[in-house]
Design a protein around this ligand. Structure first.
Ligand code: NDP
Length: 319
């Protein structure tokens, strides 16, 4: 039996290649794109795609069966087209929940207490030269935290926040069964009720720039925005304007609208903490994500069933 041919749509972390190298015929995406694969396009049965895979790319691969995304957000992959062609898409839910939730809490603390700037003060020799670092204008103590999204990761963030003795509430499209946090049917109502908003929702048409001037203003001058979901959710112009006007206190951002571009202006605020989309980026978690990619392919090719298909391309066993 020849090894199934798997196309790597872009340069991915080494753990994925390590997890797949023995069992698959791995092909790198040609620089000129999928059409440059020539006759080899017919061999390809699986694609590993982070960052996106279009209908045109799928159609260039007539024997494509499965697209596995080494992340939980699969927003760039055309799910409708995959579903219409019977192509299964899988992703890597749950194995990254803890890492991303830890990052959200770290970013929140970093932002309210300005730890990046405090550490820089030491590293630049200023503690010895200039004395104590200034007092942070904000604190976590007594905050009302609203979660925009209470899915797999949102629940882990909330669980981590409980011991911090903050008040927790949330907004999702429908209330979540079995949670005691106060539910808000709209993002506006959540923003009115809290001073700290943590966004952990997917990139969809519905979430586009939903964190806008009105939402930021509702958080108030003491307000903090944390985003570990997708940059797509935040209107960055409105965010900069709110920070400049002081209608919002600060922001901690792991994700940006047009990555890796970060608006220069955002870097000028000392109540803004920025990270380069690293919420899941530890060796342990990236290994676990790579393993789940491998498990999906193994299960698909050995048993004809994926492990973690996305809801838009659910697995229906053939009877
Ligand atoms: P889940 O699907 O488990 O949770 C998504 C949550 O968002 C649910 O509570 C859902 O509730 C809510 N939601 C979805 N659409 C809307 C909407 N229009 N309005 C209000 N709430 C909405 O996903 P995960 O928790 O696993 O991951 C969430 C996202 O985090 C991913 O899609 C990804 O984009 C991002 N992410 C970012 C990472 C990073 O490195 N920074 C790492 C991992 C994930 P309901 O359906 O009831 O509305």
């Amino acid at each position: 039996m020849p090894k199934p041919a798997v196309l790597l749509s872009q340069k991915l972390n080494k753990f994925i290649e390590e997890a797949l190298a023995d069992d698959y015929d791995l092909l790198d995406m040609p620089q000129e794109g999928v059409n440059a694969l020539g006759a080899r396009a017919n061999d390809i049965r699986a694609v590993i795609a982070f960052g996106g895979f279009s209908a045109e790319q799928m159609d260039a691969l007539p024997n494509l069966e499965i697209i596995t995304c080494p992340g939980v957000g699969y927003d760039g992959i055309n799910t409708d087209h995959a579903a219409s062609r019977g192509i299964i898409i899988t992703h890597t839910p749950n194995v990254l929940n803890d890492e991303v939730a830890d990052t959200a809490v770290a970013l929140l603390l970093n932002t309210v207490r300005q730890f990046y700037f405090a550490e820089k003060w030491v590293r630049d020799g200023r503690w010895e030269r200039d004395g104590a670092f200034e007092l942070s204008p904000f604190s976590l103590k007594g905050r009302k935290v609203g979660l925009y999204g209470l899915g797999r990761i949102g629940e882990e963030i909330a669980a981590r926040l409980e011991p911090f003795k903050v008040e927790i509430s949330y907004h999702t499209r429908s209330p979540k069964k079995g949670v005691a946090y106060a539910y808000h049917p709209t993002l506006a109502s959540l923003a009115d009720a809290v001073d700290t908003l943590i966004a952990i929702v997917p990139k969809t048409d519905e979430t586009h720039k939903t964190i806008n001037a009105d939402i930021l203003k509702a958080l108030g001058p003491n307000g903090i925005l944390i985003n570990v979901g997708r940059g797509w959710t935040v209107d960055e112009d409105d965010l900069i304007a709110a920070l400049e006007a002081g209608t919002l206190g600060g922001a901690g951002l792991d994700v940006f609208y047009d990555e890796p571009h970060v608006p220069e202006k955002l870097l000028s605020f000392d109540t803004v903490s920025v990270l380069p989309h690293v919420a899941s980026a530890s060796v342990a978690t990236r290994r676990a994500m790579a393993q789940l990619v491998a498990d999906n392919l193994k299960s698909w090719f050995a048993e004809g069933r994926p492990v973690t298909p996305v809801p838009e391309t659910p697995f229906t066993p053939k009877v």
